[in-house]
Design a protein around this ligand. Structure first.
Ligand SMILES: Cc1cc2nc3c(=O)[nH]c(=O)nc-3n(C[C@H](O)[C@H](O)[C@H](O)COP(=O)(O)OP(=O)(O)OC[C@H]3O[C@@H](n4cnc5c(N)ncnc54)[C@H](O)[C@@H]3O)c2cc1C
Length: 335
């Protein structure tokens, strides 16, 4: 049999393709890179959604995530549901739980009250965000409230200190924007803002989702050049619904590469094929990042475990049978 990938050709474009194929490991062995993963969920609004989230968290807990986080609606719109979901997941003890918190449209008292509730639920990790102002508002800051995520980080750190937590015992994650936050004055201002969040006491940044791995790698280079040494974790968004992702990307300034359109075009009514393509895209994205030394991946699960689980397997993470099959924790959650 001829080894096609090592054959020379005088056509530069063809040679480029052959060289690229030669560089790829084959067969598609798991990356086995010592990957660390974390998963993000949103608080469900129905009993069926709650049951689904428990199943989803159980499935993904089998991959030994460093944490699972629950989002928080800007302006406190999901406050009760977020707290309820955190309570429910925390009781399963399957993974450390992080609570998201936003400060836009809320008084300092309200925000501080939520921090205290998180602490009383045993939460030792907050994902601190400004949050988006309501439609039609440009700012959303409340008189005397935390104006930015950097201020919120400092406030959380102060409050955690007040409760006797050393910095290493209480984690604060923040958002970062590889393609620049749509409302930032400039890319450099956005990076200065990220720096301010670390100066205020943040532990790590988690990025907005992106699809081109080079977008993240370039951003990481810029952050390192700007003196940011803390961990910056890529946010991986498996494509469950391509139309939904396009709308979301438009709102948050994430670009959709042409190749993604090519891959998902015409698959709106073909969910099985779409899932196969989506798993490949997420795995390839993680593989390329892993090749460049990235070891922690944060998955935006949208409360659907399949694509994140498939990607974890390709990253070389084996699910722990004890975690994935016992009903013990499930029973605890349901009770
Ligand atoms: C990992 C991650 C998790 C998230 N989780 C949630 C969540 O649970 N709930 C939720 O509601 N949202 C969430 N978001 C979205 C986030 O709230 C928005 O992106 C928000 O617009 C900015 O939040 P921030 O904390 O990054 O803000 P900041 O760090 O304060 O600002 C980020 C950048 O945006 C600029 N900016 C932001 N707002 C304004 C403004 N009004 N005027 C001018 N410039 C502005 C800043 O100057 C800065 O450059 C999440 C985002 C990420 C990346």
């Amino acid at each position: 049999m001829t080894n096609q990938t090592t054959m020379e050709t005088s056509n530069p474009a063809e040679q480029e393709v052959r060289d690229r194929l030669t560089r790829r490991p084959w067969p598609t062995t798991p990356i086995r890179s010592g990957a660390e993963v974390s998963f993000e969920f949103f608080p469900p609004s129905t009993p069926a959604g709650e049951a689904n989230l428990v199943d989803c968290a159980q499935t993904l807990a089998a991959f030994g995530p460093s944490f699972m986080s629950v989002t928080y609606g800007a302006g406190g719109t999901t406050q009760d549901r977020t707290l309820q979901t955190i309570k429910q997941l925390a009781s399963t003890e399957v993974a450390p739980i992080a609570g998201h918190l936003t400060c836009v449209g809320a008084t300092r008292n309200t925000v501080d009250g939520v921090i205290d509730q998180y602490l009383s639920l045993g939460v030792r990790h907050i994902v601190a965000l400004r949050g988006d102002p309501p439609e039609g508002h440009t700012d959303g800051t409340v008189e005397g409230g935390y104006r930015t995520a950097a201020e919120l980080v400092a406030g959380i750190r102060q409050r955690a200190d007040g409760h006797g937590f050393a910095d290493e015992d209480f984690e604060i994650s923040v958002g970062a924007y590889p393609e620049v936050h749509p409302r930032a004055a400039s890319a450099n201002a956005d990076l200065d803002n990220l720096k301010a969040k670390f100066d205020g006491g943040a532990t790590r940044a988690i990025t907005q989702f992106f699809f081109d791995p080079d977008v993240f790698l370039r951003f990481l280079d810029r952050a390192r050049s700007a003196g940011i040494t803390a961990p910056i974790v890529p946010g991986i968004m498996p494509v469950n619904s391509y139309q939904g992702i396009k709308r979301f990307a438009d709102r948050c300034g994430a670009s959709i590469p042409t190749w993604l359109d090519d891959l998902f075009g015409g698959l709106d009514e073909a969910p099985e094929i779409r899932q196969l393509v989506a798993a490949t895209v997420a795995a390839e994205q993680c593989r390329r990042l892993a090749e460049h030394g990235v070891r922690h991946f944060h998955f935006y699960t949208l409360n659907k475990p399949e694509l994140s689980a498939a990607t974890c397997r390709i990253l070389g993470l084996a699910p722990t049978a004890a975690r994935s099959s016992t009903n013990t924790t499930r029973t605890q959650v349901a009770s």
